[in-house]
Design a protein around this ligand. Structure first.
Ligand code: IPM
Ligand code: MG
Length: 368
């Protein structure tokens, strides 16, 4: 098992260090190799995704990714911005299927800004198509920056496009996921989110979803317009089971869904290609405003490492051990600042490092 460790920028290094610590504590046979990515790679090599980093990623079974981005790169030409590293990895490795589960841990019900009864027991899965849509339309990178000025930028455009095979393969991923969840008590439902009342890409999306859905008679397929989905997600999130949507809508809806779990610091993600090679990263960004302060929540990254063990490395037992350890530290009342809420008796505020150490300790001595 070979894992590429790409921590990136901002809080990336701090949170990935904790996830690596947890992985090492499992005592499995795995080789980990680190490389620079994002703004730090641009500073060192003049490119956010240097050839050596891409080669390492391609040669690995899985990639543990932190986060990229910092305001200080905002004025760079787009192709050199840190975000291009993650987009490049997704495209180069064909990581088209993005899993973003939103699970509300009982202990964190009060950390969310929503009423407890709305989110208690929530367990939904957002599946976002990750290598198509307006993110990879034509033309890209048209603007040339000179000192932050973009000549000729009085008009700009990005093209939204999807092809039938791209929609078909993500549809299968969603229906298969719903089947799997149904086997362990899931509702057996896929909600496909689009904007077919306005967009042609969405009409194709919906047509293909309906077609593929016919191959899955045990799964109920429904359709929702994206604006309504954004509303329903906060109104009655537990009505959802699996949500499948395109790249742009999925980006937005998954951030929204993260708050249903209490904090975006809790939301892991997996991005897979057709050979189950995967990139695992927290759904949150590099948070440069809190970088270096030791207060970031490492749990989304630690839970991403668990997804990595399950999806790409065939180590489902180890994944369960990590997830149980995370539940145990939450039950013990340990909270990073983002999930501290109002605090209270038995609740202790901990640093990034302390949270990582606590997960390791819970792994070694599981609660009875
Ligand atoms: C995400 C992020 C990325 C995206 C950015 C960093 C390019 O927001 O993974 O959700 O838009 O996909
Ligand atoms: Mg996003």
């Amino acid at each position: 098992m070979k894992i590429a460790v790409l921590a990136g920028d901002g809080i990336g290094t701090e949170i990935v260090a904790e996830a690596v610590k947890v992985l090492k504590a499992l005592d499995l046979k795995m080789e980990m190799e680190s490389a620079l990515v994002g703004g730090v790679a641009y500073d060192a090599f003049g490119h956010p995704l240097p050839p050596a980093t891409l080669a390492l990623a391609k040669a690995s079974d899985a990639i543990l990714f932190g986060a990229v981005g910092d305001w200080k790169y905002d004025k760079l030409e787009r192709q050199f911005r840190p975000e291009q590293a993650i987009l490049g990895l997704r495209k180069e490795l064909g990581l088209f299927a993005n899993f973003r589960p939103a699970i509300c841990y009982e202990e964190l019900v009060d950390a969310s800004s929503l009423k407890p009864e709305i989110i208690a027991g929530l367990d939904i899965l957002i599946i976002r198509e990750l290598t198509g849509d307006i993110y990879f339309g034509q033309p890209r990178g048209r603007r040339i920056a000179t000192d932050g000025h973009f000549p000729g930028s009085e008009e700009a455009f990005d093209t939204m496009r999807y092809s039938r095979p791209e929609i078909e393969r993500i549809a299968h991923v969603a229906f298969d996921a719903a089947l799997k969840r149904k086997a362990s008590g899931g509702a057996g439902r896929v909600t496909s989110v689009d904007k077919n009342n306005v967009l042609e890409t969405s009409q194709l999306w919906k047509d293909v979803m309906v077609e593929i859905g016919q191959q899955y008679p045990d799964i109920l397929l429904d359709h929702m317009l994206v604006d309504n989905a954004a509303m329903q997600l906060v109104k009655e999130p537990k009505k959802f089971d699996v949500v499948v949507t395109g790249n742009m809508f999925g980006d937005i809806l998954s951030d929204e869904a993260s708050m249903l779990t209490g904090s975006i610091g809790m939301l892991p993600s997996a991005s897979l290609n057709s050979s189950n090679q995967g990139l695992y990263e927290p759904s949150h960004g590099s948070a440069p405003d809190i970088a270096g302060k030791g207060i970031a929540n490492p749990l989304a990254t630690i839970l991403s490492a668990a997804m990595m063990l399950r999806f790409s490395l065939g180590q489902a037992d180890a994944a369960l051990r990590i997830e149980a350890a995370v539940k145990a530290v939450l039950a013990k009342g340990l909270r990073t600042a983002d999930i501290y809420g109002k605090g209270g008796a038995g609740i202790t505020k901990v640093s990034t490092l302390e949270m990582g150490n606590a997960v390791v300790a819970a792994l070694i001595a599981p609660a009875k």
